[in-house]
Ligand binder design. Structure first.
Ligand SMILES: [Cu+2]
Length: 121
């Protein structure tokens, strides 16, 4: 009986984490200007980033599997399919959350938190 409470608390904590990041696999990583989002092992790395409005984002294909990048919500960009060592860039012009995916690989998806410039430092 005494062990039940901590277990419940942990379960609540874990559930809270899972819903806040939308399945992106953790907290948003601040993407430094010039750093790419790599496409590797059929995933975007990092798959959850924070960028500033006006900061160019580059997706770089790091493997010999073709990929593309298509916005699902929050934006409307869509790349051609591109292969190893090729890249695609997009620059957000307003704050918000952008969800995107590779249409060729189910489960290959990412999140971009676009924030006003003042908030990134
Ligand atoms: Cu892909």
């Amino acid at each position: 009986m005494r062990r039940l409470l901590p277990t419940l608390a942990l379960a609540v904590l874990l559930a809270g984490c899972g819903s806040s990041d939308g399945g992106g696999g953790g907290k948003a990583e601040v993407l430094k200007a010039g750093d790419p989002i790599e496409m590797k092992s059929l995933h975007f790395k990092p798959d959850h980033v924070q960028v500033a409005v006006g900061q160019q984002i580059t997706w770089h294909n790091d493997e010999s599997v073709p990929h593309d990048v298509k916005a699902d919500s929050g934006a409307s960009f869509s790349s051609e399919t591109f292969g190893k060592d090729k890249s695609y860039t997009w620059t957000p012009d307003k704050a918000g959350t952008v969800k995107y995916e590779c249409t060729l690989h189910p489960g290959m998806e990412g999140t971009i938190d676009v924030v006003a410039k003042e908030a990134t430092s």
